[in-house]
Write a protein that binds this ligand. Structure first.
Ligand code: SF4
Ligand code: SF4
Length: 438
């Protein structure tokens, strides 16, 4: 976490039952002081794992429903004639003494009967559609909800839950919001992902899982939301897992990692514990995924250039470690450091921009970077970075960003050869040269 901004990770899947909630609960345990939001309002079950103690309950009202006042109704039948949703009921037995009522499940709240009733005998109150709650869990505050039977507009309820979670995060200065999103690609999913820092799509290695992933990623692409992919139970079909990850990459998603098939996940749920609170073999898979996601930021900031003594160092990454292929890296780690104290002040990861000749030097300058530590880079690309006031140090080894930066600050950066020292014409994601493109 850097800069005091709140990061919101939304875990979704193309269909239910993929392990989405198990992962969301584990992230809630691994995250630093999170606020938790269960946006799967149609089938909420995060509470089964996190055992919330409810502090506040609120009605959720949305839309309207027609209600006939018996005493004022003359039984003219106009409402029955006009209702297109077959929601008006009558006893139909005794002509002249018909009693009309409205079936609340069938009523769509269109208001036509209210408009045409000659006696103005129909009330039109807001409809009670469910309730939402603010609770405390062992991992922090949680906002969750329950939608009433046959109640619609759950997109509105999802938005409300997210809004409340953000309000709590701001008020209590909590840096993370972990959202268990709804399955599918409908209105509630759109409501749960818009404006999120990152969406993690959980899928399984099946044909339908592959198809669902494509649908969900087309949605995140359409709304320009950063997405990552996780294949759950990957070892049940390794070939399909490879295929799904390749599709995810081609769709512009980051591959967050894989979780093995582990029957003890069900046992953890029955014990009301998150998987990472157990000794399950898959715990290390989930921890690795969290490590890959926790530093991701929504948009690059420019703190280092906004004053102070800190500077910002950019490092190209693949799978959480330095990428030797500068122009093909998944993302950049931006580390703010205090060179005098030789300390790392914070880290933010940002997605690498789409390939475009000459883009990276001005783009990283816009992110506030003043130093790039890379495995290799051509002379021309280094000159383009220099024009942006960015110093390039090449020859860094494949290590974590923290290790590379610590060594750099201590003056002990162990350098290999410049993997691209060919006197080439790389231009900061410009030309091609053998295997490397910068
Ligand atoms: S239109 Fe009004 S008065 Fe006529 S049956 Fe309906 S509720 Fe009663
Ligand atoms: S509000 Fe619309 S849907 Fe409901 S009973 Fe009246 S006409 Fe029918």
């Amino acid at each position: 976490m850097t800069g005091g901004t709140i990061k919101e990770l939304v875990v979704i899947s193309g269909k239910g039952g993929t392990g989405k909630t198990s992962l969301a609960a584990s992230f809630a345990v691994l995250a630093d002081r999170p606020v938790i939001a269960d946006c799967d309002v149609d089938a909420a079950d995060l509470h089964l794992v996190l055992s919330p103690r409810i502090r506040e309950r609120h009605d959720f009202r949305s839309g309207h429903e027609a209600v006939i006042r018996r005493d004022d109704c003359t039984g003219c039948g106009t409402c029955l004639t006009h209702c297109r949703f077959d929601a008006v009921r009558t006893n139909g037995r005794i002509p002249g003494e018909w009693r009309f009522s409205i079936d609340p499940v069938s009523c769509e709240g269109c208001g036509v009967c209210v408009r045409f009733c000659p006696e103005q005998a129909i009330d039109f109150p807001e409809r009670l559609c469910g309730e939402w709650m603010i609770s405390e869990t062992r991992r922090g505050p949680m906002v969750h909800a329950r939608l009433g039977v046959a109640a619609g507009n759950c997109g509105k309820l999802v938005s409300l839950v997210r809004r409340e979670a953000r309000r709590i995060a701001e008020r209590r200065n909590r840096p993370f919001i972990i959202v268990d999103g709804p399955p599918g690609i409908g209105c509630p999913v759109i409501a749960s992902v818009t404006g999120a820092t990152l969406v993690l799509v959980v899928t399984e290695p099946t044909v339908s899982g592959e198809h669902d992933l494509e649908r969900v990623l087309s949605l995140t692409r359409h709304f320009d939301i950063p997405a990552a992919v996780c294949v759950n139970k990957w070892d049940l079909n390794p070939e399909m897992s490879d295929r799904i990850e390749e599709k995810g990459r081609r769709a512009g998603a980051r591959i967050a990692g894989r979780v093995r098939y582990d029957p003890s996940v069900t046992l953890a749920q029955m014990q009301e514990r998150a998987v990472v609170e157990t000794q399950s073999p898959c715990v290390e898979d989930i921890q690795r995924i969290w490590a890959a996601l926790a530093h991701i930021g929504a948009r690059p900031g420019s703190r280092a250039r906004q004053g102070g003594t800190s500077m910002r160092i950019a490092i190209p990454l693949t799978n959480g470690r330095l990428s030797l292929h500068f122009g093909h890296c998944e993302c950049f780690a931006l580390l703010d450091v205090d060179p005098d104290e030789q300390t790392i002040l914070g880290r933010e990861d940002v997605w690498a921009p789409p390939h475009q000749p000459g883009l990276l030097p001005p783009w990283l300058a816009g992110c506030g970077a003043t130093v790039v530590l890379a495995g290799g880079m051509g002379q021309r690309a280094q000159a383009l970075f220099a024009e942006q006031g960015i110093r390039v140090v090449v020859g860094a080894m494949v290590e974590t960003p923290e290790k590379i930066v610590s060594d750099y600050l201590a003056g002990t950066l162990r350098s290999g050869e410049n993997v691209c020292d060919h006197g080439d014409s790389h231009d900061g994601r410009g030309g091609e040269h053998g295997h490397q493109r910068t």
